[in-house]
Design a protein around this ligand. Structure first.
Ligand code: A2P
Length: 278
């Protein structure tokens, strides 16, 4: 059973969610439906993933009540202007066929465009309108967090950032924590990188009788981070939820932290430089 974590706004979020980047189309629909039947209730989508329709359809077709799900999506950069953002949120809901999101994030700060405060104000309005329960951000650096908090007085519930053994992002987790913001990890397994083959991960997998993916996901939980893994392999998908019956020691967490690399980002995406391609 997946445990829940309390957010700074009083809502609860499941401690593991399904990542859906690059899960699309008919095949994607079946993968999401399988994940739901395996026990996933938290699903992390984004308008830019082009899969809001199949996520919504899988939720409805599962026959499980909406209230048992925790559904997230994200605002694309091209809709950072206040009015555009509000319409984009409504359109996301329409594509999903939902009446509200449990969580909605600004996908990237795009600081060169300088509109993320406007976008944040639109999320605050959407929350007041009941379209979103919890509001948050993704790929925000500490200075971006401070700017939206100072200008609106509203702290994000979540900041979803890149974290995996080659990019442990310790400082950013601490910066989020200082502000009362929960950290979610995108590509928590390093998008299937060699991290899964590292000897320390394999050794721990043997010790705990878990697979290598489960060890890395447990490392996230033990650092207070919510991982959003994805898998097309049903066995992996199921295993990735089964990480609540063991935990790593401090030394083991540190040993995985030591895999960090200076240029460990998957796509070399610096949140200050990143521009969405559309
Ligand atoms: P597969 O689909 O064969 O399971 P991320 O979530 O960081 O983007 O990583 C996704 C990648 O990690 C996919 O290539 C997936 O491959 C792989 N993966 C997911 N779960 C596991 C697991 N439990 N053990 C090994 N590899 C996994």
């Amino acid at each position: 059973k997946v445990s829940d974590i309390l957010l700074n706004d009083g809502y609860k979020i499941p401690a593991v969610g399904l990542g859906t980047y690059q899960i699309r189309g008919g095949e994607g629909y079946h993968q999401i439906l399988a994940a739901i039947s395996d026990g996933y209730r938290s699903i992390d989508s984004a308008t830019n993933y082009d899969n809001e329709g199949i996520v919504g359809k899988a939720i409805r077709d599962s026959g499980i009540p909406r209230s048992q799900f925790f559904i997230s999506s994200k605002l694309p950069g091209k809709y950072h202007r206040y009015d555009d953002a509000l319409s984009a949120i409504k359109e996301s809901l329409a594509r999903m066929g939902l009446e509200y999101f449990d969580l909605f994030l600004i996908h990237w700060p795009l600081p060169k465009r300088g509109l993320y405060v406007e976008a944040w104000k639109a999320l605050i309005t959407a929350q007041k309108l009941g379209l979103i329960k919890s509001i948050g951000v993704s790929n925000f650096e500490p200075e971006h967090l401070d700017k939206i908090i100072t200008e609106t007085g509203v702290t994000p519930a979540v900041n979803q950032i890149e974290i995996h053994p080659y990019w442990i992002n310790d400082n950013r987790i601490q910066e989020n924590l200082k502000r009362g913001i929960l950290t979610e990890a995108w590509s928590p397994l390093g998008r299937g990188s060699d991290a899964l083959k590292e000897p320390i991960i394999q050794k721990l997998a043997e010790k705990y009788d878990k697979n290598v993916g489960q060890i890395i996901l447990r490392w996230h939980l033990d650092r207070g981070v919510i991982p959003l893994p994805k898998s097309t392999n049903l066995e992996h998908q199921r295993a990735n939820l089964n990480i609540f019956d063991f935990s790593l020691t401090n030394d083991e967490i540190q040993a995985i932290n030591a895999l960090n690399r200076e240029n460990g980002r998957i796509d070399g995406q610096d949140p200050n430089e990143y521009e969405e391609f559309e």
